[in-house]
Structure formats: structure tokens, C-alpha cells
Design a binder for this molecule. Sequence first.
Ligand code: SF4
Length: 145
Amino acid sequence: MTRARTPRPHEVDEARRDDRLLRAFRDRGRDPGWRTRGLCQTVDPETFFPAPSESAEAAVALCRTCPVRGSCLAWALEAGDLHGVWGGTTARERRAMAVVWRSGELDQAPQVAGAGARVPGQGGPVDSSPPSMDRRELLRLVNAG
Ligand code: SF4
């Protein structure tokens, strides 16, 4: 298994300006029930785990229309190095976003300042789900409930 490479500076710069990241920061922790409304529940979960040689565009396109994409991406960024497509992003894109996410600089970003800002001293995961849980496990839980 090859180890994921560290994001390059220009990738982190792009992530910094990415609307998907800003939306995730704004929506983090706002909607604990986001999983039950994800559009991915209507399709084969494998769509969201394309092989390295396959395009992720089908999954990314569905995410673009998903009402909970901000919460979904926030969860994935908090969870860490997950595989597959979450919140309309690929794992590679999220690695660059994670650099910005963990830096704390979004707390200062004027685009998102005051929008659901994290309460000092109450940081941490956006919800209580185990970070190691992937979408297959989430879907099993949702469908079982
Ligand atoms: S992966 Fe996230 S953003 Fe994409 S459809 Fe599922 S819940 Fe929505």
C-alpha cells in the first residue's frame, strides 16, 4: 500500500479558497442528523469508492446537489484520512483541505466569521460518531434504524 503524499503548497492555497471548504466550516456541527438526508443513500455505496483508475465524477456530481454536503464534508475532515468521496470531495482534495482545517485559520476567515463559530474550549469532532466509521458503516446504521 502506498502512502498518500503530503499536499503541495499550491494545493493548500486552492483549498483555502474552495467554497466547499468554507461551506463545511460554516455547517460543522449544525445538523447532527445529516446522515439521514444524504443523497448517497439512494445509490450504490460503491459509487463513492471508485478504484484509483476510475473517475469520481459521478459521486462528486451527486454531492453537488446534496443538501447536507457541508455537514458531510465537515465530518470527513474531522474524522481524518477517509477513503472515497465525502461532501463532494476526493480524498486527495480533502488532504489539502485538512491542512487548512486544522490550522485554525478558518476561525479568522471573514467569509465564515460568526457563522456557527466554534465555542472556545468546545472544539473536537462535529458529532459523536467514531472517526473510523466509513460510509458503508454509516449507511448500514441508517438503514437499520
Ligand atoms: S457523500 Fe455526503 S455530500 Fe455526498 S451525497 Fe452523501 S451525504 Fe451528500
